[in-house]
Design a protein around this ligand. Structure first.
Ligand code: G3H
Ligand code: ZN
Length: 281
């Protein structure tokens, strides 16, 4: 199957008033698990690689992204590739001519005016390279380098500000702060559906939910009905992977072959992604 474009999958999701899952990968097993779940459920999906994950791979974008693209190509359902949470302009420059059809440029932690100006410049550059661009307004808290104020309960994206931000920057999609938080390991987030609906009304581009691992199934379904079109999910895979590996190693102190714990860990991640895809179906 050919790798498809992110904008194509988001547009399809919007047409059916649904959302496409965008799943963060770190290792080869993450990418294989996502492709496995997509194939098993017959659901198109976005494979995302974050700037943090690129840093984990020694700052080398090409090896991990080419591996992800090969996995996508060998899958029987459409998969798109997205570069996520880019703050480094040198990394942004590498996305032109790469396997990615979209990028999230993340200046959401900067003062508002600076976020607008940097995002406008990044969007102009990325559009010139034929990419679909997502950006963020109103910090989605929980990232390691988040400013203290971003964690304050009640941080939300304002609909009027969001509309002005999209008009000023020319971005194609907007990540919004509506109650979710990055890297939650329990699914206890409560989303503001009324705000999502107001944002969806005010903003002409698709809305993106970040930090979806902390969001319970029924909250996710309601968020999609209210207007979320792309659901970013990452930590849930790591919870499944690590718990499985921990169980394998605890059960057998003599185990040394990584295949013996990575295979069940990959299956656990595929099950987690499969469950998410069913919720969004
Ligand atoms: O951009 C990535 C997502 O926001 C993932 O968030 O790891 O909390 O699910 P999560
Ligand atoms: Zn995110």
């Amino acid at each position: 199957m050919t790798v498809v474009r992110t904008d194509e999958l988001v547009a399809q999701a919007r047409r059916r008033r649904g959302a496409v899952a965008a799943v963060n990968i770190i290792t080869l097993e993450h990418a294989e698990a996502v492709a496995q779940a997509a194939a098993a459920t017959g659901t198109a999906v976005i494979l995302q690689l974050s700037e943090n994950a690129v840093r984990f791979h020694g700052g080398q974008l090409e090896p991990v992204s080419l591996a992800a693209a090969a996995i996508a190509r060998h899958c029987d359902v459409p998969i798109a590739l997205h570069l996520d949470h880019v703050t480094d302009e040198a990394l942004l420059a590498q996305v032109a001519g790469s396997v990615f059809s979209s990028v999230m440029y993340d200046a959401g932690a900067l003062p508002h005016e600076e976020n607008v100006e940097r995002t406008r410049r990044a969007a102009a550059f990325a559009h010139g390279a034929g990419l679909w661009v997502e950006a963020e307004l109103g910090y989605v808290g929980g990232k390691a380098d988040a400013p203290a104020s971003a964690h304050a309960p009640g941080v939300r994206t304002d609909p009027d500000e969001a509309a002005a931000f999209v008009a000023a920057t020319g971005v194609d999609a907007l990540a919004v702060a509506v109650g979710s938080s990055h890297a939650m390991t329990s699914r206890t987030a409560r989303l503001d559906d009324a705000l999502i609906a107001r944002l969806s009304e005010a903003v002409p581009v698709p809305l993106v939910l970040h930090g979806s691992s902390g969001v319970p199934d029924d909250e996710l379904r309601r968020a999609v009905v209210a207007g979320i079109a792309k659901v970013n999910f990452g930590t849930g895979l790591n919870v499944a992977m690590t718990a499985t590996i921990r169980g394998c190693l605890d059960a057998d102190a003599a185990l040394v072959d990584p295949r013996r714990y990575l295979a069940p860990a990959r299956t656990a991640m595929a099950d987690t992604v499969g469950a998410l895809l069913q919720v969004l179906a």
